[in-house]
Design a binder for this molecule. Sequence first.
Ligand SMILES: Cc1ncc(C[n+]2csc(CCOP(=O)(O)OP(=O)(O)O)c2C)c(N)n1
Ligand SMILES: [Mg+2]
Length: 803
Amino acid sequence: MIKEKNNTTLTFEDFKTEVLNDYRIAVISRECSLLGRKEVLTGKAKFGIFGDGKEVPQLAMAKAFKNGDFRSGYYRDQTFMMAIGELTPKQFFAGLYGHTDLDFDPMSAGRQMGGHFVTHSLNEDGSWKDLTKQKNSSSDISPTAGQMPRLLGLAQASKIYRNVEGITIKDKFSVNGNEVAWGTIGNASTSEGLFFETINAAGVLQVPMVMSVWDDEYGISVHAKHQTTKENISEILKGYQRDEDSKGYEIFRVKGWDYAELVSTYERAGAIAREEHIPVLIHVNELTQPQGHSTSGSHERYKNAERLAWEKDFDCIRQMRLWMIAINIASPEELSELDFELKKEVLEAKKEAWNSFINPIIEDQKNLLALLEQIAEASINHKDRIRKYISELSAIKAPLKKEILVYARKILRFIEVPNSKVLLSQWITNFIAVTQPKFSSNLHSDSDQNVFSVKKVLPEYADNAKADLDGRMILRDNFDALFSKYPETLIFGEDVGNIGDVNQGLEGMQEKYGELRVADVGIREATILGQGIGMALRGLRPIAEIQYLDYLLYAIQIMSDDLATLQYRTVGKQKAPLIIRTRGHRLEGIWHSGSPMGMIINAIRGIHVLVPRDMTQAAGFYNTLLECDEPALVIECLNGYRLKEKTPLNFGEFKTPIGVVETLKEGSDITLVSYGSTLRLVQQAAAELLDLGIDCEVIDIQSLLPFDINKDIVKSIAKTNRLLVIDEDVPGGASAFILQQILEEQDAYRYLDSKPQTLAAKAHRPAYGTDGDYFSKPSAEDIFEKVYSMMNEVNPSKFPSLY
Ligand SMILES: Cc1ncc(C[n+]2csc(CCOP(=O)(O)OP(=O)(O)O)c2C)c(N)n1
Ligand SMILES: [Mg+2]
């Protein structure tokens, strides 16, 4: 057989070599799955989810996948990762065992269960590698369809790089926008809203995305008849097919066991997406799952005999083998011999991976046992108990780090000899110091571009500057400065483009910077977020706008599962410095006044959360963030756009530091801590309290995450000895976090003469209108009276009770 490729003629020998090489990868991958399951069932690994049954289409996808391209997929894709040269069998097993060293498990150093793949985008120092010179995979997450939103952004980045002039950082990320983003998803997971939201958005945006659906008719035990209308995803998506009159998708349907057809389909799909920037859907059906969903169950429980028999027959590797024999690529004997060799190879890799994983732990076990022997010998009253523990620990043939540490910590309690105590406590401390970072490092960027690297720059004002400019104009003029300073910056959201956002903070920006950089998008918060993640993963500096804080809930899942965990789950090997812009706090009613800050800060550790009190502070945060390599959420005050502020002279340059509080009023009687819109009421109450002789110190937190890194609040409490936290979240929401930080992290309890208190909103959502706000959230009178009652307790004769 002769095949045309890159205008060169492929001889039958070349073709044969290529097919045989693919077959090798498929068999190796299958063998990894089979052995992997055994490793779990015999207890050497905790959990396994494998790519068996999905091998052949992944070979085809890998062939069409070029340098610079990105994958955003799910746990079945081990064969693809092997085929692009980014996963070896040894690394596969290292991941299965949970090896906590990136050199062995480059996917996550044991942080993620196996089957969650990644390539490294960053150098040791956190700087970007040249992504155009390597094949890239964004880091997988487990929530089904969670890979979809970011896929949209990965694809859109190519469109931006191709069509926006003057992006100076482009070289490391794109060659004329020729890169394709390849998505994979299971058939059942297409039932998720995120799938449909992404499919629609990619059709609207016309981005180079090739979406593969691996269809094995099941989602764990649930059959397609419960998942998909007509049990057929490409059938129901037919309306997306492009035609002469309208743009849309190119849609292919292909059998998952038909190697030749798969290869040609993927080649065509790749070319359409790459050259024309048209999204493509490939529905790969007739796939199987020979070992069932995962190591947690067996598929004989839910597949009938007929289905099981069909799955045996139509196993994609079996069919590929039959085809190879039929067209004389190899004889059955040759292939059996090859199979035998490959099985040995995988077995060998598995052994090596196991030894590399277990030997260092056994070494730790030995060292501890030697020390414990010494301790038992010296013990006066607990020799027997310690010896019993020693014999239990030494009986563990394949110890976990946990098991070793548990014994050490238990024995420490029974040591009477001081020298022994020092030795063992030192051993424990050292062991934890070395081990804990393996599980807890890299929640944030460690690079020299992290948020702590940026120095504060104050806004500069003319001598006679008055507060006479609307807050929204401060933002607008600052965004203008930023867009011209950083050509890789872009902003998108609902009503962001044409009208310049609902509060005109971007007035005129689309006209000036074009529809790609200042863009209106559909009402689809989760994929707005994903668009931002994907583009940030490819070096751009997106600002994703969520119109109101209340609607952040639609996006918070993807923020929490994907963006917030990105640095952590890749051990610092990928970053997405996305800025999320939104507006919130008290204004107009149940879904336009939300401030669910407790929920937000608890859901997105890994993303900074900034709560500026006015638009100058907000602009300063944007200026800071664009110098950093970390993601952050900025919440502007909804009721602040028409308030007047002074006009800074240095737009785009002044920087609000992150993690630093600001004292707005000094005082001696009590420290009032708050943030955002509520601060204005706190300041009003503080002025009224001063009239009655109560001198409050008012502190603006500004940045909830990170929180008061200089521990300035406790310095204030050391002076005032009293604390009230005022917050418009529900009781026990963000105020509980703030109190925990101040009392526990800053040890403020030592200075308190009164009970530390919080004043929060009512437990329900805020009611409509001015009265709804007054009776739902802390008012200036509430704040006044709360402070007053605390002072009444201190000095009832000076501050007689009001009620
Ligand atoms: C949001 C979410 N819900 C449920 C699960 C549990 N879960 C994991 S895989 C899976 C089935 C997925 O089936 P399918 O998409 O067809 O992929 P397949 O495993 O068949 O390749 C389910 C329900 C999950 N990981 N995430
Ligand atoms: Mg399935």
